[in-house]
Design a protein around this ligand. Sequence first.
Ligand code: CA
Length: 246
Amino acid sequence: MTSRSGAQKRILVVEDEGAIRQTLRYNLTREGYQVSEASTGTSALSAARREHPDLILLDLMLPELNGLEVCRVLRQEMSTPILILTAKGTELDKVVGLQIGADDYVTKPFSLNELLARVSALLRRSEMSAQQQAETREVEEFGGFRIDRAARTVHVDGSELRLAPKEFDLLSLLVLNPGRVLSRQTIIQRVWGSKFFGDAKTVDVHVRWLREKFESFDRLPFRITTVFGVGYRLDRLDGQQAASTA
Ligand code: CA
């Protein structure tokens, strides 16, 4: 249906009814999302904390801890978009859900097309705002590494590293998305632009050059990891997870 240009999005499905959970998993997976599941409120909290999904589909009627409670707790910890599933006729839950920070809701029984459309709209919205936030962050500094996007400079432990323009753009993109796999296609679009007709191998070559340039620093606070068959991921070695605000 939709072409997935970004890295594969991860969705946490929280639903205690097995049949609904399976339907959701099946259809979301078919749309290209990576799906994980939780069937209770407490397991939803730990899964969200552990996995930092890109979106949470949250049923409100759950054992242990109800969905509203889960939503309230999660909202204090992360800005991951939350789409709540409410049963028909529970208008109040819906209202409360939105008040405590859910981003949108779908009423059960839901149409799959509507649900998928809302999922993709929410993801698009949050991707845009994450990007806007990130792009206003001109200087990023961690563990002795410093990138200044306005001055287009990179320093490691105080010494400047000279990078070619595309190397800089590639590194900057990777640093913006720590812990996330970026496909070669995404990287090409974001670094070289949609008018680029060259080979995806260009990305591999630039990653190799970047690695070579950083090779001499033994206390580098990140690593560029090859994700076989997909693309690349920047892993921060200073214990910082993927931006949990993304
Ligand atoms: Ca339920």
